[in-house]
Design a protein around this ligand. Structure first.
Ligand code: SF4
Length: 495
């Protein structure tokens, strides 16, 4: 096809594609650039890519329509209705996820939170603006705009996650999104990345941490503190852990928002297409490299199905699979519920690794944020291991009519199990890597000394809980990991 023929075809496809206005604007921008470009390999590839994305098949169109036609609810009069302003403030302070839709159009087999298929309900954009206006100042510094959902499934008429994120930015909140690239959202995702690229005033600083020694673009992020179940654990190397930690430290503060892709063999091509078009739009390679792409190989079910609805997978690893996908204690607001979440170890009786409680108006019980998604990042700093605290117990905040009445530290072996597993699976391999670095001896000893003290204090409480524990799996796994840690600490010289 000649350039002229291609452009004619693409323009006609663009006209008929189901896209929100701003996505159409982006497509027009790419077409204009294409028109002005020489007809070389790059522009031909761009035209092919555009062709593939604009030629929406019936399924894509169906999903787009579902998203747009989902029932729209007002956040303040749906799940947050009947709560007083003071109660909402308390919830918002501990809220790390605002789920924008009930339902998801992707349907990943590993979805351990059992998202309902298809978008059934969505929050209205004006109600989200009202929510921000009234309570935005109380939000924590970082929020995920998703939970059992894909954030890019959310549209309210012409508004998409791009526009919504910009609103959150006004409250100095870092927005974290993770996407499996729902069909038909590719141009919105591109706009999101372009917003990050051009919108972040210090985006040029990204060159500071672009270092291929540290971070290989699109490497299997086997070390993510969340979603790690989806990776082949054999690939986990302590060196990677270290690199991951350094990367997190170096990127933190440089990028205003965080975006993570779940790349699977279902969406690999579309992820590639998004990156190819962004390159054509001259987004720098180092910026694109800074976006996290986690690869998930669906051809081998073993890698992805050890928790959630696949909890009975016989290949489940007794220890590694204790660390689940849930990544914070605190509140979750969805279109239909307000819940308190506390993270515990994944077991057959708790396949999500979560204790969930609906929060009702009046008497509220809410988990204090004692664990968030960046918990393990804090374990590193620019200069090696830092003064890190092991995962603390769950703390329950009890309110009456919005007033804090009681704060209770919960003694839960399920939580302790997670604490010890973090140590065993994530922390100790890194310490052993440091052992190999010359000149780190006294530093490592100091770190291990502090860790040992924290471990010993905690284990005293856990041992008292053991005979009371009714869940045999929690009991036996906790005993196993405690014994491993005791042996390990016994062999370490700390002075
Ligand atoms: S995109 Fe997320 S919420 Fe949707 S099915 Fe996949 S894992 Fe579940």
């Amino acid at each position: 096809m000649t350039k002229k023929e291609y452009l004619t075809k693409l323009k006609s496809l663009a006209k008929n594609a189901l896209l929100v206005k701003q996505d159409q604007v982006l497509v027009a921008e790419i077409l204009t650039k294409l028109e002005k470009s020489a007809w070389n390999k790059l522009s031909q590839k761009t035209a092919e890519t555009l062709n593939l994305l604009l030629d929406q098949d019936a399924l894509t169109k169906k999903k787009i329509t579902q998203r747009l036609e989902a029932k729209t609810v007002d956040l303040l009069t749906s799940s947050l209705t009947n709560f007083s302003d003071l109660e909402i403030q308390n919830i918002v302070k501990e809220c790390h996820s605002l789920q924008l839709t009930d339902g998801c159009t992707v349907g990943c087999p590993w979805c351990c939170f059992s998202a309902q298929p298809f978008v059934k309900v969505k929050l209205s954009y004006p109600s989200l603006l009202n929510f921000l206006n009234k309570f935005g100042q109380h939000l924590p510094t970082s929020i995920m705009l998703y939970w059992s959902s894909d954030p890019f499934d959310w549209y309210d008429q012409e508004q998409s996650l791009v526009e919504l994120t910009q609103e959150f930015k006004k409250y100095q909140v870092q927005v974290v999104v993770s996407t499996a690239v729902p069909k038909g959202t590719e141009f919105t995702i591109m706009r999101y990345i372009l917003m990050e690229y051009y919108g972040s005033s210090d985006h040029k600083k990204t060159s500071n941490y672009h270092n291929n020694d540290i971070f290989q673009s699109r490497y299997s992020d086997v070390l993510s503190e969340t979603h790690h179940q989806v990776f082949d654990k054999k690939q986990v190397l302590a060196e990677d852990m270290l690199n991951y930690g350094l990367l997190q430290t170096k990127t933190r503060g440089n990028l205003y928002n965080k975006i993570r892709f779940s790349e699977t063999n279902m969406n690999t091509k579309r992820v590639e297409q998004i990156f190819a078009l962004l390159q054509f739009l001259e987004v720098s390679d180092y910026f694109l490299d800074s976006l996290r792409v986690e690869k998930r190989d669906l051809t081998d079910g073993f890698n992805i199905i050890n928790m959630g609805r696949y909890i009975n997978n016989p290949k489940r690893d007794l220890l590694k699979d204790v660390i689940g996908t849930a990544c914070y204690d605190g509140a979750l607001i969805t279109p239909s519920t307000v819940e308190s979440l506390s993270v515990v170890g994944v077991t057959k009786n708790s396949p999500e690794g979560l204790i969930k409680q609906t929060i009702h108006p009046g008497k509220q019980e809410l988990a204090q944020t004692n664990y968030t998604f960046d918990f393990l990042d804090k374990f590193y700093d620019e200069k090696y291991l830092n003064n890190w605290q092991i995962l603390p117990p769950i703390v329950s905040l009890q309110f009456e009519k919005g007033i804090l009445k009681k704060k209770t530290k919960l003694k839960l072996l399920a939580r302790d199990l997670l604490t010890y597993t973090f140590l065993w699976i994530r922390v100790i391999p890194v310490i052993e890597t440091y052992d190999k670095i010359p000149g780190q001896d006294s530093y490592v000893k100091k770190f291990v000394r502090s860790l040992k003290q924290q471990f010993q204090q905690r284990v005293k409480i856990s041992k008292k809980l053991l005979p009371l524990e009714k869940d045999e799996e929690i009991k036996s796994t906790a005993q196993l990991v405690i014994a491993k840690l005791e042996d390990w600490f016994a062999t370490r010289k700390t002075t």
